[in-house]
Design a protein around this ligand. Structure first.
Ligand SMILES: [Zn+2]
Length: 322
């Protein structure tokens, strides 16, 4: 599976950063321990010198076995004392050891010369991020979603309160086999905001999220139409943990893109992977624009959320907000 240079470099940099922060935290904890218990540092030094002596015993001849036995015993006594000293400070050996994000490879990315699954996952997630482009994730949280814009219409307010709650629950409980959702409704009703808020939480939990407008996906799919090898946008859209397809129906129509989108939606459904589609098309319009097969797939298995109200963007502009 090939990733471009940027993805690989970013994965290495993240791994390096994880390793360094684990090791410097451990070094600081150790320094603190030695400051509180100078005897522990002395014992540590004796352990090192004992081990070095064992090496010398081997080459010096004589009764090597007996000498090594003595070293081993000495080593055990010293490490027992060391652990007792740790315990006397209320510490365990784990408290002064690096806490690697991945215990398998100790954040080096490799185990026995093979790429560790953590590095594979890291590269995958970074490639998803790259495909998703720059997202306004920080601004699009559940906390920043205002119901104030729906106040004038009690019915819309009721519905949007319910939708907000449903999306929050969905995000909290998000797993790789969560159900798919269809956000329906006009422009400016918060579909993008809430889908980004879900993306935020899924990313926070470590899931690989691919997010994009139908238009940007259509362009990415067109670009790799004649691609021969390697993992492309279509593959990433299929393999990620959560795919968010925003504004379906606003992309430039093309038979090729329609077929590619159907392929993505259908294979995710067969694999039981969640997709969130937002659109202002009705199911009837989806059927006409794509195919009855495409529309029936979505109608049959997506949880539907109907967004109501008046265009929030226009209201924000009126009140001078961004
Ligand atoms: Zn690893």
């Amino acid at each position: 599976m090939g990733y471009d240079k940027k993805v690989n470099e970013a994965a290495w940099a993240q791994l390096e950063q994880r390793r360094q922060s684990a090791e410097s935290a451990a070094a600081a904890a150790l320094e603190d321990f030695y400051a509180r218990c100078p005897r522990a540092l002395e014992v540590k030094r004796q352990m090192a010198s004992n081990a070095a002596q064992a090496g010398r015993d081997v080459v010096s001849g004589g009764d090597v076995r007996a000498a090594l036995e003595k070293r081993k015993e000495r080593g055990l006594t010293l490490s027992r004392e060391y652990e007792e000293l740790l315990a006397s400070c209320g510490l365990t050996p784990q408290d002064v050891a690096p806490r690697y994000a991945c215990p398998d490879c100790k954040d080096t990315g490799f185990v026995d010369g093979r790429m560790c699954r953590c590095l594979k996952q890291l590269r995958k997630n970074l490639a998803y991020r790259q495909l998703s482009g720059k997202l306004p994730l920080a601004e699009s949280t559940f906390e920043s979603f205002s119901l104030g814009y729906y106040r004038e219409d009690p019915e819309a307010l009721r519905q949007m309160t319910e939708i907000l709650r449903a999306c929050q629950t969905y995000a909290q409980r998000f797993r790789g086999d969560s159900p798919s959702l269809l956000f329906k409704g006009g422009t400016g009703l918060g579909k993008t905001h809430l889908s980004l808020a879900i993306a935020n939480e899924a990313l926070e939990k470590g899931f690989g999220v691919v997010y994009g407008s139908a238009q940007s996906f259509a362009m990415a799919l067109e670009k790799e139409r004649f691609r021969q090898e390697g993992e492309g946008a279509g593959d990433q859209m299929k393999s990620c943990d959560l795919l968010i397809l925003d504004d379906l129906g606003t992309e430039f129509p093309s038979a090729y893109v329609n077929a590619a989108l159907y392929d993505v939606v259908n294979s995710r459904m067969l694999a039981g992977c969640p997709t969130i589609i937002s659109t202002n098309l009705t199911l009837k319009e989806l059927e006409g624009r794509y195919s009855p097969r495409f529309a029936s797939r979505i109608a049959g298995s997506y949880g539907k959320l109907e967004f109501r109200g008046r265009d929030v963007r226009i209201q924000k502009r009126k009140t001078g907000q961004r």
